[in-house]
Write a protein that binds this ligand. Structure first.
Ligand SMILES: Cc1ncc(COP(=O)(O)O)c(C=O)c1O
Length: 364
């Protein structure tokens, strides 16, 4: 007898999960995919060879559980980040999404709140709600910048348990001045996470939030290998914080959450950080080319310190998105009226996007 599968609504799902929609950026096999801010350059061959050797070695011991403390990898991240950090200040997980989930599991949860300045990374509310906490959206200026005094007063009024500051911000690309971080930290009662997923694409002479860590034991700076390191498929994110924060994260992670193969691959990749990051300047050049061309085409690109550009002036974003799709180019409709977001690709991909857009008249 055939079974009819039940519907989500009929399941004894947690009440607070009812009506939510999962993260769902389209994964379509189009020739030019510029929709999820990946690094579209492959890992350089010489690094790939070294990673394969490291993974092959790790496979010999794969009958054993991996190093639960991923010691070598934490040392690798501490060396890469610099700023005098040591491995007891480093945490890592399967993508920075999981790193942020660990932070929320330890510091948010039922009866607590997490806060961010909207529009910001779409996973913050989803991760927050999955821990049973409430998400509260704050506001930005009209150009998506954040004023330090305004930010501090929003945080002072709401007293959130966790604050997310995305630097630079996704989906807008907006830089985040260190004064905002200082002001929000002083106003916040709880954990302040500065998400520097796109930090490597910022101008080289700009200071990272890592410089603010000394003396701020509630400050967390998260990073990822998914973007600048071209390692999205390997799923490796990490953070730097006070050792006591790291101890808190040990309470909520699954034992052996980072597989031996992931640890081996990431540790090997980190040994080649300069080569892995080789394409960053080229991506920044393509990003700036996108902004200049969009401007010339009559759209309104926002200043971006990331590997993508948000642009306004789009008459009907859904129609433009579809017209680009039909031309083999996938970009992102982030749900902001009259706006779309595009990731900087290789020179060829970027040209394909710009040419396709120029062939569509979709300015508002
Ligand atoms: C701001 C921000 N943080 C974190 C992530 C998560 O990246 P991952 O889980 O691949 O490290 C992303 C991914 O797009 C992002 O845009």
């Amino acid at each position: 007898m055939g079974r009819v599968s039940s519907r989500l609504e009929d399941l004894p799902l947690r009440d607070d999960l009812r009506g939510l929609t999962p993260y769902g950026a389209p994964q379509a096999p189009l020739p030019v995919a510029l929709n999820v801010n990946e690094n579209t350059h492959p890992v350089p061959q010489e690094v790939a060879d070294d990673i394969v050797d490291a993974v092959a070695l790790a496979l010999r011991d794969v009958n054993r559980y991996p190093d639960r403390e991923f010691t070598s990898l934490r040392e690798g991240f501490a060396d890469y980040l610099g700023h005098g950090l040591s491995r007891d200040q480093i945490w890592a997980a399967n993508g920075s999404n999981e790193v942020l989930q660990h932070v929320l599991m330890a510091f948010a949860g039922p009866g607590r709140t997490a806060f961010g300045f909207a529009p910001t990374y779409s996973m913050y509310p989803l991760l927050t709600r999955a821990t049973g906490a409430e998400w509260i959206a704050g506001t930005r200026g009209h150009d998506y910048t954040i004023d330090p005094d305004d930010a501090a007063s929003q945080v002072r009024v709401l007293q959130p348990d966790v604050v997310f500051l995305c630097s630079p911000n996704n989906p807008t690309g907006t830089p985040l001045p260190l004064e905002v971080i200082r002001a929000v930290y002083d106003a916040a009662p709880g954990i302040v996470v500065v998400d520097e997923a796109y930090g490597e694409f910022a101008p080289r002479d700009e200071r990272s939030a890592l410089t603010l860590l000394p003396g701020r034991e509630r400050l967390v700076v998260s990073r990822t290998m998914s973007k600048a390191f071209a390692f999205a498929g390997a799923r490796v994110g990490y953070l730097a914080a006070d050792p006591a924060v790291i101890d808190a994260l040990r309470l909520v992670r699954l034992p052996y959450h980072l597989s031996a193969l992931t640890q081996a691959a990431a540790t090997a990749a980190l040994r080649h950080a300069p080569v892995m990051l080789r394409m960053v300047d080229e991506i920044v050049a393509q990003r700036d080319r996108i902004s200049a061309t969009l401007d010339a085409l009559g759209y309104q690109p926002y200043e971006s310190w990331a590997n993508f550009v948000l642009f306004g002036g789009v008459d009907d974003p859904a129609a433009t998105w579809q017209a680009l799709y039909d031309r083999g180019v996938l970009i992102r409709d982030v749900g902001i009226a009259h706006h779309l977001r595009v990731t900087a690709g290789t020179e060829g991909e970027t040209t394909a996007f710009l040419d396709a857009l120029a062939s569509i008249d979709s300015r508002s």
